[in-house]
Design a protein around this ligand. Sequence first.
Ligand SMILES: *[C@@H]1O[C@H](CO)[C@@H](O)[C@H](O)[C@H]1NC(C)=O
Ligand SMILES: *[C@@H]1O[C@H](CO)[C@@H](O)[C@H](O)[C@H]1NC(C)=O
Ligand SMILES: *[C@@H]1O[C@H](CO)[C@@H](O)[C@H](O)[C@H]1NC(C)=O
Ligand SMILES: *[C@@H]1O[C@H](CO)[C@@H](O)[C@H](O)[C@H]1NC(C)=O
Ligand SMILES: *[C@@H]1O[C@H](CO)[C@@H](O)[C@H](O)[C@H]1NC(C)=O
Ligand SMILES: *[C@@H]1O[C@H](CO)[C@@H](O)[C@H](O)[C@H]1NC(C)=O
Ligand SMILES: *[C@@H]1O[C@H](CO)[C@@H](O)[C@H](O)[C@H]1NC(C)=O
Ligand SMILES: *[C@@H]1O[C@H](CO)[C@@H](O)[C@H](O)[C@H]1NC(C)=O
Ligand SMILES: *[C@@H]1O[C@H](CO)[C@@H](O)[C@H](O)[C@H]1NC(C)=O
Length: 498
Amino acid sequence: MSRSKKLITILMPLFVSCFNLLPFSPQYGIVLDAGSSRTTVYVYEWPAEKENDTGVVSQTFKCDVKGPGISSYERNTGALAKPLDECLNKVKERIPVHLHKSTSIYLGATAGMRLLRLQNETAANEVLASIQNYFRAQPFRFRGAHIITGPEEGVYGWITANYLMGNFLEKNLWRTWVHPYRKETTGALDLGGASTQISFIPEDSQESFNNTMQVKLYGYDYSVYTHSFQCYGRDEAEKRLLALLLQKSSTNSTVDNPCYPQNYETALTVKYFSGSLCTQSLRPTNYYPNQSIIFRGTGDPGLCQEMVSLLFNFTTCRNQEDCPFNGIHQPKVKGNFVAFSGFYYTINALNLSGHFSLADFNSSMWFFCSQTWAQLQLMLPKAEEIYARSYCFSANFIYYLLVHGYNFDAGNWPQIHFQKEVGNSSIAWSLGYMLSLTNMIPAEGKLIQLPLKPPLFAGLLIFLTVLALLCLFFLVYLCIVSRNQKVISHVEYVFTPE
Ligand SMILES: *[C@@H]1O[C@H](CO)[C@@H](O)[C@H](O)[C@H]1NC(C)=O
Ligand SMILES: *[C@@H]1O[C@H](CO)[C@@H](O)[C@H](O)[C@H]1NC(C)=O
Ligand SMILES: *[C@@H]1O[C@H](CO)[C@@H](O)[C@H](O)[C@H]1NC(C)=O
Ligand SMILES: *[C@@H]1O[C@H](CO)[C@@H](O)[C@H](O)[C@H]1NC(C)=O
Ligand SMILES: *[C@@H]1O[C@H](CO)[C@@H](O)[C@H](O)[C@H]1NC(C)=O
Ligand SMILES: *[C@@H]1O[C@H](CO)[C@@H](O)[C@H](O)[C@H]1NC(C)=O
Ligand SMILES: *[C@@H]1O[C@H](CO)[C@@H](O)[C@H](O)[C@H]1NC(C)=O
Ligand SMILES: *[C@@H]1O[C@H](CO)[C@@H](O)[C@H](O)[C@H]1NC(C)=O
Ligand SMILES: *[C@@H]1O[C@H](CO)[C@@H](O)[C@H](O)[C@H]1NC(C)=O
């Protein structure tokens, strides 16, 4: 017993210094993703002394703030604080009190606030000002509340996805960071409530597009094509559909909606869908905001797809190549894509996830859209009504956007992975935003170029490691032998302690 203890006391410091097992001091960062339909609080953690390493930042906590997105508080900014408090109190419990002061907190608002700012800049500024007041009274280090642009949202989502998947750098056996051998980056598809983003590295990165962003990470240059389609988020697209259905309807009291399930009926005020900037051009000539319209579901996937197609304007692209819709120039999609947020939640409601064929998606969608409201409620017992009634629409919208908008086909459709997180970290623009603002992904990196191909290199490393371990054991052996001359014959005993 005492002999094995002695061995441990000799070996412990060795192991600790060799394998870096010393407990690290964690550091935290908080990002609020203020979307159009809700605000989500993310808490990230990383070992303080390794903040510039890749893949060390992970999400440790996430909280959905109750109530609508911040842009809905335009006439009632005083009510913002209470739901935020609930989440922030939980955050305060997660982060040690002595670290509160040094923990940065960021708020980034997306398309909901971009639209409000276009509609009424004063109102948008008032919302941001009241958020600023709220956070100044919090113990954390407030780093501002900003409305981020569409391209920024796209690129931060792309950075998050590739950071979490380890596509920028990976650790080799020497525990230094290297550019992954032959690893490609993945494209990012994000579907929010008010806008949708596509970001990827095109085949010909030399070709210059208006929508290309130059990103330099760890010493490598990436030309990321990115575009954010305002009013093509899930909620705004559905409002446009409802406005269009009303416009095409001969009556103005009851309107059939082929995207709502059979036997579903709901009364919505005209203001609910026509009050948005995205539906301004579809407003009825006699606009009575408070007038109530009954929408009656007919659960007709074919007709739903036809109506969804009217949300896209292809006329501006006529005879133009590389132009999916609305006159936006886009290179051909290339490589793998990860589709998260609204894309994932919709696909998940159809019982799909990961990657699957386009035909499977089509048949799941048709099956789902043909269900009656009563059947749907049984299939989705946990879903709130406003989500459950709209999955058929969002599935059709996703189908149309990806196939006819971005030009995915049956061949490259399986390269889209519908996924919401990597490990326990959500794929969302918020992580990329924090990494960029804190400079945790330095533009310059100290990189080691590998002269050998990885398999050969790994083989060499294993050989050297084994050699080193043999030497180590021999040294330990000598050490023990010299300390305990008498127990030479029992040395093997210490390796099997009781
Ligand atoms: C991380 O990188 C930034 C920019 O290169 C540098 O200012 C900072 O000191 C680095 N932090 C650590 C812990 O190495
Ligand atoms: C814009 O918002 C402000 C503050 O909420 C309000 O006083 C003003 O009437 C709004 N303007 C318009 C044109 O709606
Ligand atoms: C880039 O944008 C400018 C101004 O919006 C436009 O005139 C030009 O044609 C665009 N170029 C490309 C390649 O789309
Ligand atoms: C709806 O119909 C009624 C009666 O037909 C008419 O008075 C009213 O102006 C219509 N409202 C809209 C918004 O078209
Ligand atoms: C609509 O209803 C709200 C309250 O329900 C009322 O304050 C407002 O004046 C109404 N607007 C119109 C145009 O009737
Ligand atoms: C498509 O866009 C063009 C140019 O902006 C416009 O003239 C046309 O009316 C639009 N078509 C539809 C169906 O919205
Ligand atoms: C999707 O599935 C439906 C029902 O099975 C079928 O009628 C339709 O042709 C399919 N659409 C495509 C584009 O394959
Ligand atoms: C998804 O799978 C569950 C469990 O197998 C089932 O109860 C539900 O009806 C399915 N939903 C759809 C939309 O197929
Ligand atoms: C994710 O979280 C669960 C529960 O907190 C934990 O058991 C699991 O190890 C975590 N996974 C990763 C990859 O961190």
